[in-house]
Design a protein around this ligand. Structure first.
Ligand SMILES: Cc1cc2nc3c(=O)[nH]c(=O)nc-3n(C[C@H](O)[C@H](O)[C@H](O)COP(=O)(O)OP(=O)(O)OC[C@H]3O[C@@H](n4cnc5c(N)ncnc54)[C@H](O)[C@@H]3O)c2cc1C
Length: 453
């Protein structure tokens, strides 16, 4: 089957749904849209598929509306569904997934004057430029669809294990959890099993709390390059300290020095981070390539723990487990994965030392996250790169786009327009992985498409 659309949205996570909702709101009835995605939990993606209440949003409900022009939309949805939460509270991620799907369903129910939207459950496997001024996608189900405008919303995929488990016998391989978001692994863990988690970000905290919720009471060793864990939001958030980006230095070391000095002038350092938050994209865009590289090499772990904070009650729970010795942190680089006497052995070089140390565990869970997955996780993106339809970002942050999120690919000849939304565009925007930024980008991309007709 071959079908042609005005707009093709590729993906089925939050970004794809945010783009689709804006398209429904802005396109004329004559327009035809296809949304292509292979995810059974359409609209929920990895982030909002979880069923556990303790997997909470890390952004207050009042900033999580899918539609930036209706800021109270999510808070109203929560109230309408009997949740006693206010704008400053941290709702569950499963509720957020339901809200996203409800919002889309609500818009689709309005049949009068709305554009046609076809949801196609398939993976986009390849892409070619057609002489008909379209980009055509080969789908996993054998169909082909072509569009004059395309929005890539592919997320970033999961990072793979940093070391191949060559030394691990087949009988123990099932104890290496490469994708912790398939939560069924938790049911196989015995209460006293020792667990080793690779990576110490938000995913690690989610997995630790999920283990506890499943009755696990054994020790948990966490290994990451710096051994730093996310910090918590304040119970009483401070007023953000306004930051004038134009007056910040141009080097990462100068910026950090200024921010540290500002932190000393306020009662709570979060005021500085929260003041910087709306300006982060502008700050990133001012940095030279050299300084961006410097940031990624030296400052990223510190940025992550201060910027990506957890809900205060979640933080308190996690901290108790650290203080009572249940969760132990190790800073170092994973060097080997082996097995001994029926257990997994993770060998690592201790940070700032030559010493090699070992963690022995019954389970090894990969929580190294998705901050810089580049394009290697996606066969589609790799093929598009080979055909020069996209150009990878030089820092491995996704693909090159301009300030309007339009893909920059000088060798592309077709006038069909290609955009990207979400974390794939981090090279241009940096701060583009969370809902408050993606929803603005999704709306802007749709406005751009509509304005050019
Ligand atoms: C665990 C977790 C918790 C988070 N919590 C928060 C939070 O509290 N607040 C917040 O603001 N942000 C949070 N985030 C950030 C979150 O990433 C974004 O909010 C959002 O979910 C990103 O959506 P996305 O659609 O860009 O990517 P994804 O959700 O990864 O979706 C990408 C989609 O593309 C599909 N796809 C990939 N390749 C193809 C292909 N070739 N053909 C068709 N479909 C394809 C995938 O199947 C997937 O459905 C969290 C992220 C994670 C992982």
């Amino acid at each position: 089957m071959h079908l042609t659309y005005d707009i093709i949205v590729v993906g089925s996570g939050f970004s794809a749904i945010a783009v689709t909702c804006n398209l429904i709101e802005q396109l004329p009835a004559s327009a035809k849209v296809a949304v292509v995605g292979d995810d059974p939990g359409f609209g929920r993606g990895t982030a909002y598929r979880t069923e556990l209440y303790l997997h909470r949003l890390n952004v207050p409900a009042g900033r999580m509306s899918l539609l930036p022009h209706q800021p109270d939309d999510f808070v109203d949805w929560l109230k309408g569904h009997g949740r006693r939460l206010q704008a400053g509270d941290f709702a569950s991620r499963s509720d957020y997934g339901l809200y996203v799907r409800d919002t889309l369903a609500r818009l689709l129910r309005k049949r009068d004057g709305r554009c046609r939207v076809d949801f196609i459950k398939a993976k986009a496997a390849g892409c070619v430029e057609r002489y008909s001024s379209t980009l055509a996608f080969h789908l996993g189900n054998g169909d082909e669809i072509a569009g004059k405008n395309v929005v890539l919303c592919l997320g970033v995929g999961n990072a793979t294990l940093p070391v191949a488990p060559d030394g691990v016998p087949a009988s123990l391989r099932s104890r290496i959890i490469e994708n912790p978001w398939r939560l069924s692994w938790l049911r196989r863990v015995a209460s006293s099993d020792a667990v080793c988690i690779l990576g110490s970000g938000l995913t690690m905290i989610d997995q630790v709390l999920a283990l506890r919720a499943h009755g696990h009471s054994g020790k948990i060793d966490v290994l990451s390059r710096r051994g730093l864990a996310p910090l918590g939001h304040a119970w009483k958030p401070p007023t953000p300290l306004p930051i004038d980006v134009e007056r910040l230095p141009n080097t990462i070391s100068g910026i950090l020095k200024t921010l540290r000095a500002k932190s000393r002038t306020v009662a709570d350092w979060r005021a500085v981070m929260d003041g910087l938050r709306p300006e982060t994209q502008a700050l990133w865009q001012r940095l030279s390539s050299k300084e961006r590289a410097r940031f990624l090499r030296h400052a990223l772990p510190w940025w992550n723990i201060h910027r990506h904070r957890v809900a205060p009650d979640v933080f308190d729970r996690f901290e108790k487990l650290v203080l009572d010795g249940t969760v132990r942190f190790h800073a170092g680089f994973l060097k080997s994965l082996g097995a001994e006497e029926g257990r997994l052995v993770a060998g690592f070089r201790v940070r700032a030392a030559r010493e090699i140390a070992e963690i022995r565990a019954d389970w090894l869970v990969n929580c190294t996250g998705m901050e810089r997955a580049g394009i290697s996780h996606s066969p589609l993106l790799k093929e598009m790169s080979r055909f020069e339809l996209i150009v990878p970002d030089p820092f491995g942050l996704g693909i090159q786009v301009d300030a309007a999120s339009e893909v920059i690919a000088p060798s592309r000849i077709s006038p069909a327009r290609l955009f990207a939304v979400g974390a794939l565009t981090a090279g241009q925007f940096w701060e583009i992985t969370a809902v408050p930024d993606i929803r603005v980008q999704a709306k802007a991309v749709v406005e751009e498409i509509v304005s050019r007709g």
